[in-house]
Design a protein around this ligand. Structure first.
Ligand SMILES: [Fe+2]
Length: 475
């Protein structure tokens, strides 16, 4: 587990300090040069404040949602905005955070309300295009639409469609060929089920593609998409609906790690919704898939695997404020799942700690095989998130970037227009420089993994979750 250390020694605790100011359209000083072809903006979501009702929230995942946007033009301009939601108002007015990831929901009635009528709108996990607008999302079935220029909250979208899931993935996958997002959720009830859905570009109503009945649903965060299949990686962190009704516990506390169940790969046919295969392997836990593709009669999935779900418990602020998490155990692994239900094979692609695995959208959203995976690395077990990594999944070669006193967030690969190499482009990442007490947007060259440019922000940004590059034109 995490090594105990004195607060401030590693500076890691700066990544959990609340942001007090909102900045609009501030031009940043730039070292080096961002590519001229970068346009539009890179927007990152994550917790910006960690107090609600005057007290620290319990878990990193319950920090108040704040967007940080970097716009590319003649230079780089910076804007940060908290989402103005019910969760934000309640936190400001001193009310407890109800219905969040690890916070009590106010007893049984509060939990029922959070799972039905009032899901949390603290959408701090990811950003997507929704109905032609920019939207912040999390694992509850709501989306918060924002103005793409100011990042100001426009409205909270509660879906009114055929999908009844009370808990959804924060990672709907984009299929650029078909022009749609595909996602899934869990619908709790007398008959629990996973629901697979699609959301065509320009729409705000999801179309139900298929359902899978399940006795005890798993807490799943991400999934994998190929041209024909959606792959749910159902690790054995499961809960029965009655488990949610224990008073004074958080949503995630209902789930229990049951390794004897193993981890199941659920291959759902996107056209029919049918389960094509559901083989089990020895149990492992995962937050994120890097990419998946079809190869002959197999589906190949690259994901970051952990031995168990203890990584979730290491992300409580009580631990993070005084130590660093043991993030070195997540490794990029390849699973090959036969379509005929045969034995699944696996291998570790590279022996490095990694999280937030990403591939170039030029392959990922085109349902193509990938050669390179980029991620946040953890070379030093006592100091998580202290590097960026690029992994060649064919050769196992690893490139790293790091700097003393600097933590790095999720990388986003942006391909050079008309690139003829998969790694021809830049890797964007938000840094936290604990000595300077500032953050910066970093651009690495995708090929050499050397720094091309960085733009420093006026204030330090807490550790965030996911970001996305939105070009000035196109998706
Ligand atoms: Fe995520």
């Amino acid at each position: 587990m995490a090594a105990v250390r004195t607060p401030g020694v590693s500076g890691y605790d700066l990544g959990f300090r609340s942001v007090r100011e909102e900045i609009s359209g501030r031009e940043l000083s730039v070292e080096g040069r961002f590519p001229d072809w970068l346009s539009g903006q890179y927007v990152r979501n994550g917790p910006g404040a960690f107090e609600a009702g005057g007290e620290r929230v319990a878990h990193w995942f319950d920090g108040l949602a704040m967007l940080a946007g970097f716009s590319f033009g003649d230079g780089v301009t910076y804007t940060n905005r908290f989402l103005r939601t019910r969760a934000y108002r309640e936190a400001a007015s001193g009310a407890p955070t109800a219905g969040a990831f690890a916070e009590p929901a106010g007893g049984v009635l509060g939990r029922l309300r959070a799972l039905t009528a009032e899901p949390t709108d603290n959408a701090n996990a990811n950003v997507v295009r929704l109905g032609g607008r920019l939207a912040a999302i999390t694992e509850s079935p709501v989306a918060v639409a924002v103005d793409p220029g100011t990042l100001a909250t426009e409205r909270v979208v509660q879906f009114e469609d055929d999908v009844g899931a009370q808990h959804t993935t924060a990672h709907p996958a984009r299929d650029a060929r078909r022009g749609e997002l595909v996602g899934y959720g869990t619908r709790f009830g007398l008959r629990n089920r996973y629901e697979l859905y699609r959301l065509p570009d320009g729409h705000t109503e999801r179309e139900l593609l298929g359902t899978v009945r399940v006795d005890e649903p798993a807490y799943m965060h991400d999934f994998a998409l190929t041209e024909r299949f959606a792959v749910l990686v159902e690790h054995p962190l499961t809960a029965a609906p009655i488990d949610f009704l224990r008073p004074e516990q958080g949503f995630i506390d209902a789930y229990e790690w049951q390794p004897e169940r193993g981890t199941r790969f659920l291959l759902l046919d996107r056209a029919t919704g049918d389960v094509i295969a559901d083989p089990r392997v020895s149990s492992f836990f995962t937050f994120h898939c890097a990419n998946a593709f079809e190869s002959g009669d197999e589906v190949v999935i690259d994901l970051v695997a952990y031995g168990d779900a203890s990584v979730l418990g290491g992300l409580y602020l009580a631990d993070l404020d005084t130590s660093t998490p043991d993030a070195s155990t997540g490794q990029l692994c390849r699973y090959r799942v036969p379509l005929d239900g045969g034995r699944v094979s696996t291998r570790t692609i590279a022996d490095v700690g990694i999280e937030f695995p990403r591939v170039s959208p030029a392959v990922g959203t085109e349902m193509e095989p990938h050669r390179y995976v980029y991620g946040q690395g953890s070379a030093d077990p006592d100091r998580a998130a202290n590097e960026l990594v690029k992994i060649d999944v064919e050769t196992g070669e690893v490139w790293t970037w790091s700097e003393p006193g600097v933590y790095a967030g999720e990388p986003a690969f942006v391909p050079t227009p008309d690139a003829d190499r998969e790694d021809d482009g830049v890797v964007l990442s938000v840094l936290l420089d604990v000595d300077a007490e500032r953050s910066a947007l970093l651009a690495l060259d995708g090929g050499s993994f050397q720094e091309r440019a960085r733009a420093r922000t006026p204030h330090p940004l807490p550790f965030g979750f996911h970001g996305r590059y939105f070009p000035a034109s196109g998706k």
